[in-house]
Design a protein. Structure first.
Length: 293
């Protein structure tokens, strides 16, 4: 089979696996690791093989490509210039208005949580572009997803992110996996976005095999077979973290609830988060029987 003929699906996945095996050095290991992280962040990602030998990962459009050179593995995000990158992962192709790339050299590693967050944002951006009303639609007749067209840098119409509900809480459809959680975090307004990203990274570091989902417009975190142990939600002046078995944690999280089992942590703008303490609560909560809806 000509490699250029296998555009997507099983044939493309096999070609990507073959490319990794053929490299047989640090580049193959790096490409395999980044491929795994992409799939973790976007379980429904489509693998493609384009331009006579380039691995491509897509979801409602291209997320990124994976090119290998003698001294670098390059992951180029098709719309990277439009993505928020607080961790500063992008270190190449910084001069353009569309793409951004991550160059990985031998011995270097990319933070898993930060990279998966970036993939989630790329998925959310692609999905929002796909839901853009067609040119034939009449003004004001956009699809009922709550998104409004806004003016882009070059004057073109682009689609705003998810609708913000009361308190600035993002409206995200129910779904399992990391991608909807990253879409929620990417849509959190202002300072709350950094707080959400920080909480998500802390949870992943503390519970590496954590299960994620968005339910009732809130990110949920749990352990397979044990239910959910935590969620967080945007309110006007703070982000509320709920520990579903919080009354069993030591020391007790500060916020009381009408439910005797639940305790809260409210994070306001400018608060200094005690990561060691919060990580301790996360670890304890993950080891308890969780909440099952």
């Amino acid at each position: 089979m000509d490699q250029s003929d296998a555009s997507q699906g099983q044939a493309a996945s096999e070609l990507i696996s073959r490319r990794i095996a053929e490299l047989a050095d640090w580049r193959g290991e790096t490409l395999a690791r980044m491929r795994r992280l992409i799939k973790d962040a976007a379980p429904d990602v489509v693998e493609e093989w384009k331009w006579r030998g380039t691995p491509v990962w897509s979801y409602d459009g291209i997320i990124c490509t994976g090119e290998t050179y003698k001294k670098v593995v390059k992951l180029t995000f098709a719309r990277g210039a439009s993505l928020d990158d607080p961790a500063g992962l992008f270190n190449s192709s910084l001069e353009g208005n569309v793409r951004r790339a991550i160059d990985i050299h031998e011995g270097e590693e990319v933070d898993e949580a930060d990279f998966k967050a970036l993939v989630g944002k790329a998925v959310a951006l692609n999905s929002s572009r796909k839901s853009r009303p067609s040119r034939a639609a009449k003004p004001g007749a956009a699809a009922g997803d709550g998104k409004r067209p806004t003016a882009g840098r070059n004057g073109t119409s682009v689609t705003a992110g998810p609708k913000l509900l009361a308190g600035g809480n993002p409206q995200i459809a129910k779904a399992d996996g990391d991608a909807p959680v990253q879409a929620y975090i990417a849509a959190m307004p202002g300072w709350k976005r950094e707080t959400g990203s920080r909480l998500d990274a802390l949870i992943v570091r503390t519970v590496p095999e954590v299960r994620k989902a968005v339910k009732w417009n809130s990110p949920f975190y749990g352990v397979e077979g044990q239910g959910w142990f935590l969620n967080f939600h945007c309110f006007t002046r703070y982000v509320k973290v709920a520990f579903f078995r919080g009354s069993s944690l030591q020391p007790l999280p500060p916020g009381e609830s009408k439910d005797k089992d639940v305790r809260y942590l409210d994070i306001h703008e400018g608060d200094q988060l005690d990561e060691d303490l919060v990580a301790s609560w996360i670890r304890q909560a993950s080891e308890l029987p969780g909440w099952v809806p």
